[in-house]
Design a protein around this ligand. Structure first.
Ligand code: GLN
Length: 239
């Protein structure tokens, strides 16, 4: 992030990758940045517009199979996201967005579709759709508390050598391989957690902000978010 301009948050393809309410993640980032006095600017980039390579945090959401294929095609052709990743920008991608960052994913008939190759992973179609609550323990180097989320996907994701699992699944399905959920490499992170993933996991929102500003953040009052987290954790894994 350059010091004399607001943190630029880029929501990629509201017309194709906004089926599951993941756009709310932008609001959480804006709010948590504002509480620390960090100004932000959010840009919505439709699939017929160029992706600004000067963004600081890029967000991609979930989508249905055909819009996901179209999004992958347009992002590959555009090249802006790959350029941004090349200079260390932060990417947070959910479900369809996560799958299309890999080398390939399964289309609506299970056919392999080429992804962006920004994460070393491949997705195919699983036997059964994974729908429901998910809980996991995050890779210790990320310093993020236990995650709680909601997943809804057919895809199964196999991680390659150059990517690390985001979390170990305690309940739910996640990647559907290796007992893991999500993946990351550098500042690019993908997850199957939909909808209010950053509302339910403020620690994850702060990880993205920390990566973007390159420094630790002041603590803020998280009692409301904490209550929601506790309620969801207890619903899935009663103490
Ligand atoms: N089409 C993908 C799948 O079913 C992604 C779905 C989603 O984003 N929820 O795995």
């Amino acid at each position: 992030m350059s010091s004399n301009r607001p943190l630029k948050i880029v929501w990629i393809y509201p017309d194709l990758l906004s089926t599951y309410g993941d756009q709310g993640n932008t609001i959480v980032l804006e709010r948590r940045a504002a509480l620390r006095g960090i100004p932000t600017e959010t840009v919505n980039v439709r699939s017929d517009q160029p992706v600004p390579a000067d963004g600081d945090i890029f967000l991609l959401g979930g989508g249905e199979d055909r819009p996901q294929i179209l999004a992958a095609h347009r992002l590959r052709r555009d090249g802006g996201l790959a350029q941004a990743v090349g200079r260390g920008a932060v990417v947070f991608a959910v479900c369809a967005g996560y799958q299309l960052l890999g080398h390939e994913f399964g289309g609506e008939e299970g056919q392999p579709v080429q992804g962006l190759g920004l994460l070393d992973l491949r997705s195919g179609r699983g036997e059964r759709r994974a729908v429901g609550e998910i809980v996991g323990d995050v890779s210790s180097e990320l310093n993020v508390p236990r995650i709680t989320g909601f997943e809804n996907h057919q895809g199964v994701t196999q991680l390659g050598q150059n990517v690390k699992p985001f979390a170990k699944v305690l309940s739910g399905v996640g990647n559907g391989t290796g007992g893991f959920e999500g993946a990351y490499n550098g500042h690019v992170l993908g997850t199957y957690m939909h909808g209010p993933a950053l509302v339910r996991n403020p620690g994850l929102a702060d990880l993205l902000l920390r990566w973007a500003v390159g420094q630790e953040l002041q603590p803020i009052d998280d009692s409301w978010a904490g209550r929601l987290r506790e309620e969801r954790l207890n619903a899935v894994l009663p103490a």
